[in-house]
Design a protein around this ligand. Structure first.
Ligand code: NAP
Length: 317
């Protein structure tokens, strides 16, 4: 089976995607700044020509400061999934942090491009993450892929990210860019934030709670990456969010109800408190983003969890 090299594969999405790929019989190499199994161990096995015993994930090193990728990892890859980037919601958006968020994406794309040009490889396709942060507040519009990037920080970051990975096409690689909605997983990310107050019997509704959230179940997200790898007709950019977005209130109350039954106490977090707590990032949790998933569905992709009820039921029970 082919080998998929995942940049930033130690993160929430990469960990889930690795599991899905292994289940489908793929081999997986994870590029990390700090590989868990050391690059030495990885090289030792590859020197013994027993590089890919089935069901194993290998970890290889890269460094976007010194512009280095373990050449053996690249040589083995049939496909690349590009996920690497500083966590957008992990710290407050200072000027320095914004630069880290942007550069971690553009520099890693540039490194991929440079190495694909200079190292012998058999890579056929690159499937890169982007985000629905590309779009600004929807004001009632349903966003489709050809719409321009927003002028705000996330819009401009996504644009720089997508432009930086576009370069791999110059090396003759097929490129698919997936603009991801909010990924719902039991292993971190946004759902953990919704679950926290629910543990204390509360449902924290943000602002009015009427803002639209374009979300996706982690299993559908992983299946879509594999679909993009396996569908040679796919090129360019696709939104990746469940066909039925929901409001913040529906998501919050849905999670709380699944965890506590009907007993949860709705707790409104006012807009000014969010602004104080999150600064500029509050814009993102308060704005509506409705995206169309029609383009990816037209490639034959189907969602197992199209509604928030089905996703929450599966994730929380
Ligand atoms: N989760 C979501 O809801 C969501 C929504 C839209 C878009 N996305 C995008 O999808 C990608 C994966 O998301 P995720 O939730 O799995 O993120 P994550 O858990 O934060 O993982 C991202 C990985 O990127 C690597 N990384 C972090 N900073 C880096 C840097 N400065 N240089 C190189 N690598 C760096 C890290 O790997 P090492 O420490 O091992 O190097 C980390 O494990 C991200 O780019 C994210 O923006 C996610």
């Amino acid at each position: 089976m082919p080998t998929v090299l995942i940049t930033g594969g130690t993160g929430m999405i990469g960990t889930a995607l690795s599991r899905h790929l292994l289940q489908q019989g793929y081999d997986v190499i994870i590029l990390s700044r700090n590989p868990i199994e050391t690059a030495t161990a990885y090289k030792t096995t590859s020197q013994q020509n027993s590089f890919r015993p089935s069901g194993r994930i290998y970890y290889a090193k890269w460094n976007t400061d010194t512009m280095m990728i373990d050449p053996q990892a690249l040589a083995q890859a049939d496909h690349i999934v590009h996920l690497a980037g500083e966590g957008v919601a992990k710290k407050r958006w200072t000027k320095k942090r914004k630069e880290e968020i942007r550069l971690s994406r553009t520099k890693s794309s540039e490194l991929l491009f440079k190495c694909l040009n200079t190292h012998p490889n058999k890579v056929k396709s690159v499937v890169s993450a982007s985000a629905i942060g590309w779009y600004g507040p929807d004001n009632g519009t349903v966003f489709t892929e050809e719409m321009p990037a927003a002028e705000d920080f996330l819009g401009q970051t996504c644009q720089a990210w997508e432009e930086s990975i576009d370069q791999v096409q110059k090396s003759g690689k097929r490129l698919v860019k997936l603009r991801l909605g909010i990924a719902l997983s039991n292993e971190g990310g946004a759902l953990a934030e919704f679950k926290r107050p629910a543990r204390f019997g509360m449902a924290a509704v943000l602002g009015s709670g009427n803002q639209v959230v374009s979300w996706i179940h982690i299993d559908d997200l992983c299946r879509a990456f594999i679909h993009a790898i396996e569908t040679p007709e796919m090129h360019g950019v696709y939104n990746l969010a469940a066909p039925e977005p929901c409001t913040n209130k529906e998501l919050t109350l849905g999670v709380a109800k699944a965890m506590n039954g009907a007993l949860s106490i709705p707790l409104k977090v006012p807009t000014f408190v969010l602004k104080l707590m999150l600064g500029e990032m509050s814009i993102e949790v308060l704005k509506s983003t409705t995206v169309s998933s029609e383009k990816i569905q037209n490639t034959g992709f189907t969602f197992i969890y199209p509604t928030i009820q089905s996703a929450v039921k599966h994730l929380i029970g």
